[in-house]
Design a binder for this molecule. Structure first.
Ligand code: N01
Length: 562
């Protein structure tokens, strides 16, 4: 196989470019996949629907967008030169800086020449006789590829809410997950924000500082921990760089969520009230996602979880001056951490501003959007601009938009109609040579995504390399192995408190979507070990086969003895 695409010898009209691998998406997953596959000497074509690389960071440009995992950890580890040379400016880099980093990676590793931008993959059909995928893109082209890798991202499919009258709104309408590329200035405007997930929690304080008035429409209050974001000093960067071997190893092998932090060795109820409060205080002061790893049973034991939830509710009451507003902002509908915990800069304090109003749309639902207002509970809230911070069709949404047909013409959407089914989150039975990066059934969104992306890409690259050494051309998840894995993912999820929340982890934010807990909760360290063991046992649970010609030769050799 060559490193450049081949063109079959058919007539021009029927000529099809052919690649060893077609990759869908040029976010961090797609870019690293390309880099690694090139290392195997394979020809690769990456298709990206956006106008540039960066994936979710290309689309999510809303005010205040930044990562919630510290940047020195939310970054690639595969190249020591890269991690030593890139200077992150802040503890949590803002979106423009993460996008610059993605662009730097594309340029530094000369990735762009194999990435086709502004191109959506519309269809991928498996041709069993050719053992190849036929991939059709929005530019009308169809190419052939031995393997397809879905690097489509977990939170890339912005979801428009089904609110009556939205199409009649005459002001400016934005979705946080699909933000314009030009700067948006809300100065002097009355702005409405619908939703109070991570995107709203990051953007509300920034919008409130610009707008003449901000109305936040809240259906479900959310837990949020202060980010304590700050500029990184050169000394802080150097200290982390010097410890990178340990930090990266811990994140890959020991951490549950791919983040370097102390591992808790006690449950919340093992400490007395004072000791517990002082530990929560110290994590609250430190800021960030590791608030949830102060104890080892917050995701498992409701009584333990209540202690952390009460602590945060008390903090909200301390910060927010108006008691009625504070009460509305105190989450009561789900255990803390069972919806993705948010981290913020001044979110709760923003509700002390005279130009901010919180509207409870749980008890007074939005009835409709009018040309210049939102009507809720019989009252019209006038707005010049409306920001939908209503989230994504997470984990499966971007995959479902592609018409994927595997063996016997079965589509992936048919197979996943009652919920996604994968073996290790990497492949789905009936869809040979189709890999998914950070798919449902893998730790994915419960982890530092870059740690999980690197692990999946490395595993896929090693599997393809292993097959090439043995002249094997097809790999497919075994149905039994898949069924057992799906059952295991489900069993682990249901041993925790996570399924108690109506979260996007469960698909609960999309009407009609099957409610299955999608990510694997066993932790990235344990999961990596399982994947490594599977590989070490000759890819146990995967069926691999040789090319038909080779199979035929083998069969005739066998029959000559019979
Ligand atoms: O979306 P969400 P998000 N009418 O689904 C509400 C990642 N992320 O974009 O809870 C009224 O969390 C909905 O209400 P409810 C991160 O993993 C990361 O904020 O369904 N309200 C909820 O309040 C995160 O978890 C960063 O009752 C409606 C909100 O909209 C994930 O992306 C930053 C509604 C949606 O919250 C998604 O976050 C941002 C309707 N019809 C995001 N429909 C980082 O920091 C929905 N809502 C890296």
């Amino acid at each position: 196989m060559s490193a450049s695409p081949s063109v079959s010898g058919k007539s021009d009209a029927a000529a099809a470019e052919s690649y060893d691998v077609a990759v869908v998406g040029a976010g961090f997953a797609g870019m690293y996949m390309l880099y690694k596959l090139r290392g195997l000497g394979l020809s690769v074509r990456v298709y990206e629907q956006g106008g540039d690389v960066g994936g979710t960071w290309y689309w999510n440009r809303y005010p205040g967008a930044r990562c919630d995992v510290e940047s020195m950890q939310y970054s690639f580890s595969f190249s020591d030169e890269l991690q030593q040379e890139w200077d992150w400016s802040e503890r949590y880099a803002p979106q423009p800086e993460i996008l610059r980093y993605a662009n730097h990676v594309a340029d530094r590793f000369d990735l762009r020449r194999d990435i086709q931008l502004d191109t959506t993959v519309e269809r991928a059909i498996f041709d069993e006789s050719a053992n190849a995928w036929s991939v059709t893109t929005s530019d009308g082209n169809t190419v052939s590829a031995n393997y397809v890798v879905l690097a489509t991202g977990c939170l890339s499919n912005a979801r428009m809410p089904d609110i009556e009258g939205l199409q009649d709104f005459k002001g400016k309408l934005y979705h946080t997950g699909h933000w314009p590329h030009e700067p948006v200035d809300f100065s002097g405007q009355r702005v409405g924000v619908i939703g109070t997930g991570s995107s709203a929690i990051q953007s509300v304080p920034v919008i409130a500082a610009q707008a003449s008035h901000l109305t936040v429409f809240q259906r479900t209050a959310n837990f949020s921990i202060p980010a304590r974001n700050a500029a990184l000093t050169p000394e802080e960067r150097e200290a982390i760089r010097a410890k990178y071997p340990e930090i990266r190893r811990f994140a890959r092998e020991q951490a549950r969520n791919g983040i370097y932090t102390e591992l808790p060795d006690r449950g919340a109820l093992d400490d007395g009230d004072n000791e517990r409060r002082s530990k929560y205080e110290s994590r609250w002061a430190r800021g960030g996602l590791t608030f949830m790893s102060v104890y080892n049973n917050l995701a498992l034991d409701k009584a333990a979880n209540d202690t952390a939830a009460d602590f945060v509710r008390d903090k909200i009451a301390e910060i927010v001056r108006d008691p009625d507003t504070a009460k509305l902002l105190q989450p009561t509908t789900h255990p803390i951490g069972t919806k993705r915990i948010c981290i913020d800069t001044d979110y709760f304090a923003t509700f002390n501003r005279p130009n901010v109003t919180l509207v409870d749309i749980k008890s007074h639902p939005i009835e409709r959007v009018l040309p210049h207002a939102v009507r809720a509970g019989g009252r019209d809230y006038e707005v010049d601009a409306l920001v939908l911070a209503t989230g994504f069709d997470a984990m499966t949404g971007s995959v479902a938009r592609i018409d994927i047909a595997g063996r016997n013409g079965q589509t992936l959407n048919q197979k996943w109609a009652e919920g996604p089914k994968t073996y290790l989150g990497l492949m789905s039975a009936g869809f040979p040579n189709l890999f998914i990066i950070t798919g449902p059934g893998s730790p994915s969104v419960l982890s530092n995504m870059i740690v999980s992306i690197e692990q999946h890409v490395d595993w896929i690259t090693e599997a393809i390399g292993w097959m090439r050494e043995r002249d094997l051309v097809a790999i497919e998840a075994d149905k039994d192995a898949e069924d057992k894995w799906v059952a295991h993912v489900n069993e682990v999820a249901h041993s925790t408190l996570y399924p108690q929340a109506n979260s996007w982890y469960m698909g609960a934010n999309i009407p009609g979507k099957p409610q299955i807990f999608m990510p694997y909760i066993g932790g990235v360290g344990a999961y990596r070990q399982i994947c490594n063991d599977v590989a070490a046992k000759g890819y146990e649970g995967f069926a691999m086969s040789a090319a038909p010609a080779r199979r035929a030769a083998a069969l005739s050799w066998v029959s000559s003895f019979s």
